[in-house]
Design a protein around this ligand. Structure first.
Ligand code: ADP
Length: 465
């Protein structure tokens, strides 16, 4: 058991109210956690969300601007003003939007509020993939082979680097994100064009022309480690997840623990991640993303925020990560012995999106009827109910269906039943895709690579409802 809050609280600013600078399911999730800890949640909403019925308190959420994200959820001045007028003492950024914006973290602290997340300096390091790779190398975290340095301007010198790594290689933008700003190069004749195109893309999309190069792994799995740190230099790893079921670099299904990872190896990598956190003065929750191939881990990036898929770790590690964020931000001490990276049972999460199941095009509209599953080991994180209008302005995630069971096989069966009980009417969703994934023999066997889903969709593009 943890010590009483008031006894352990130190090294942070205690607060009693939290402005939630986000929307959708994650705003609902954070609001609930605040209430459970006796904190006052303050919700904000764009015009679009005010009319769709965002999770509300009395009087509804405070308006922070028009529907376009740039004018509301990304509008730092509007959010800081909302914090001032409501008397908020802390800001939780959720995921997406301003959650990995170092300038915002700094502005929040400058306004005398607690930013529930890492220090701006850590966000900055991890926002630059070259700096991140260097920091990881320094902490002994295994990285994808390739120098942790920007590529030189001269194509001949770049070719020499590629030859040393060995083809195929991947050229990546230091400031890249969202699966953009990357190009695979399979032979030396492709090097010059790949550099020119990716550099131009990087300059335009991320305002940062630096590129770097590493080995391209052909059939990796995506395995990530959850870490948790307090303000006193304690850092622990809380478990790992497999997020290999992806389409266009977007995760669709996640599970914890990642299957068939040797416990000693996981322990070693998890400890390295925790050590890296100590070295960069990290605070709060974070995720180290790795590619995993032929029994080896290769770091690709760190996400300095709560992730969409955090519930599968919560279910298997017996921890509430949002509570931990709120408590450690107030200076509470972590008790490292509570976290041994062990998983109890197995959990899956399906991201339910409002989208056409065949074309994947977003399908906003009004939900006319909804029925979510229930029963032992079932969790639904959502902000929608019948009558909710899914807005075209934001990402199409409308619910996360999470199951937990003693074994992976039992969890798969539980998800199959849960999916069969789920009904969302009035709009199209990707529920048929999830049913298909959970009926796929290779997925059921476990350990498919990051190309598996796209390969299946190429083989048989139509998903049957
Ligand atoms: P982003 O910040 O855009 O998400 P990442 O570095 O996390 O960029 O890479 C996104 C995806 O690109 C990975 O999940 C993986 O599918 C692919 N990828 C990145 N680096 C490599 C690599 N060295 N080899 C193979 N695939 C890679």
């Amino acid at each position: 058991m943890r010590a009483p809050l008031h006894a352990a609280r130190q090294g942070g600013h205690s607060f009693t109210s939290v402005l939630i600078a986000n929307r959708g399911e994650i705003a609902a999730r954070i609001r609930r956690a605040c209430l459970e800890l006796g904190l006052r949640p303050i919700l904000v909403a764009s015009e679009a969300d005010r009319t769709t019925g965002a999770p509300g308190e009395k009087g509804g959420p405070l308006s922070i601007g028009p529907s376009a994200p740039a004018r509301s959820y990304l509008n730092q001045a509007a959010i800081l003003l909302a914090a001032r007028v409501t008397g908020a003492e802390a800001v939780h950024p959720g995921y997406g939007f301003l959650s990995e914006n170092a300038d915002f973290a700094e502005a929040v602290e400058k306004a005398g509020l607690v930013f529930i997340g890492p220090p701006a300096s850590a966000i900055r390091i991890m926002g630059d993939k070259i700096a991140a790779k260097r920091a990881m190398m320094a902490a002994g975290v295994p990285c994808v082979p390739g120098p942790g340095e920007p590529l030189p301007g001269d194509a001949e010198a770049v070719r020499a680097i590629a030859e040393e790594i060995g083809y195929p290689v991947i050229v990546k933008a230091a400031g890249g994100g969202g699966g953009r700003g990357m190009r695979v190069v399979r032979e030396s004749a492709e090097v010059a064009d790949a550099i020119t195109i990716t550099r131009e893309e990087a300059r335009r999309a991320f305002g940062k022309p630096e590129l770097y190069m590493e080995k391209f792994l052909e059939h990796p799995r995506h395995v990530e480690f959850q870490v948790l740190c307090d303000n006193h230099g304690n850092a622990v790893w809380v478990g790992h997840r497999d997020c290999s079921i992806q389409r266009r670099h977007q995760k669709v299904v996640e599970e914890a623990p990642a299957p068939a990872i040797a416990p000693e190896l996981a322990q070693r990598i998890g400890e390295r991640c925790a050590e890296a956190c100590r070295q960069i003065g990290y605070r709060g929750v974070g995720t180290f993303e790795f590619l995993y191939e032929h029994g080896e881990f290769y770091f690709i990036e760190m996400n300095t925020r709560l992730q969409v898929e955090h519930p599968v770790t919560e279910m298997t590690a017996g921890v509430d990560l949002v509570h931990e964020q709120l408590l450690t931000a107030q200076g509470e001490l972590l008790s490292p012995s509570r976290f041994r990276g062990e998983a109890h049972g197995h959990a899956f999460e399906c991201r339910i999106n409002a989208e056409d199941p065949a074309t994947f095009v977003a399908a906003p509209g009004r939900i006319t009827a909804v029925r979510f599953p229930s029963g032992p080991g079932i969790r639904v994180d959502t902000h929608v109910s019948a009558g909710y209008r899914v807005s075209p302005y934001y990402d199409s995630l409308i619910a996360k269906l999470i199951v937990h069971a003693p074994t992976r096989a039992a969890a798969i069966r539980r998800m199959q039943v849960a999916l069969s009980e789920t009904r969302i009417e009035g709009i199209s969703t990707n529920l048929p895709l999830h049913e298909r994934i959970f009926a796929d023999a290779d997925f059921v066997r476990g350990c498919v690579d990051i190309h598996h889903l796209e390969k299946r969709l190429r083989e048989e593009p139509r998903v049957q409802a």
